[in-house]
Design a protein around this ligand. Structure first.
Ligand SMILES: [Zn+2]
Length: 252
């Protein structure tokens, strides 16, 4: 970049201006608060729940298939029983009678066994259906919570998106006027602090970031704007308020 090198004073002013813009952007983020994350978490949870509902439903389907299998077995056994009972009428000897009786008893047992299995499956199904209903109910609740949060977030975004876009542009523009090395430290310091302050003015002899006293010697050096100076306590870049005053006066 063939840019004329800025003076330290110009660099500090540019950094301070960038800080003001970024602080406005931070305010918008604070206004949105936890909402974007809450919405994202809810959406993820809902997807997980829908998967769970799908699994529960296919489990219940399997049980239904089991039950209809048992019902089919009962029908088959009953058909055989009808057949054997009919054969009883034409029975010719004791051996045949015994054999048919045995067959009938076997079929009766099969029917009883299938009936017991149906009862067991019904119970299993009942439990699963209760779980499914619970999950479905919870899903409905979550969906309505999500709806509320989404519309809240949409309202805030609608209110702030124009400002945000403008500020974003201003931030990008301000960054372009400052050398990459400085932007890197600026960003690093900014990320270190929850309030996002990386460039602060000295106010009442104290650092505007950590409020620790700034020694007179340092304040003097700051006013000379020979180099960029960081607060010895918090590492934030310090700016002599006089420089900023000058800027305000120039603007007015
Ligand atoms: Zn400090």
């Amino acid at each position: 970049m063939a840019k004329t090198e800025l003076t330290i004073e110009e660099k500090l002013k540019a950094l301070y201006k960038l800080q003001l813009v970024d602080s406005e952007l931070d305010k918008i983020q604070i206004l949105r608060g936890e909402l974007p994350m809450e919405v994202k978490d809810l959406e993820d949870e809902i997807v997980g729940m829908e998967t769970r509902i799908g699994r529960l439903e296919s489990g219940i389907n399997e049980i239904d298939q089991e039950i209809s299998g048992y019902q089919g077995a009962i029908k088959d056994a009953q058909a055989l029983m009808v057949k054997y009972k009919k054969q009883m009428d034409d029975v010719r000897n004791d051996r045949e009678f015994k054999a048919l009786t045995k067959e009938l008893e076997d079929q009766e047992l099969d029917v009883k066994l299938a009936e017991k299995r149906i009862r067991d499956s019904d119970k299993k199904k009942e439990t699963r259906v209760a779980v499914l209903d619970g999950v479905k109910k919870k899903l409905e609740d979550m969906k309505s919570v999500l709806e509320v949060k989404q519309s809240e977030l949409a309202k805030i975004i609608e209110k702030t998106e124009k400002d945000e876009a403008k500020l974003q542009k201003a931030s990008e523009k301000a960054k372009k006027s400052i050398e990459a090395r400085l932007i890197k430290s600026y960003t690093k310091i900014r990320n270190n602090y929850r309030n996002g302050l990386a460039v602060v003015a000295v106010e009442r002899d104290a650092c505007g970031g950590c409020f620790n006293k700034v020694p007179a010697q340092i304040q003097l050096e700051l006013s000379l704007t020979k180099k960029i100076i960081a607060c010895e306590h918090c590492g934030r870049i310090l700016v002599d308020p006089e420089i900023l005053e000058k800027k305000k006066a120039a603007k007015a």
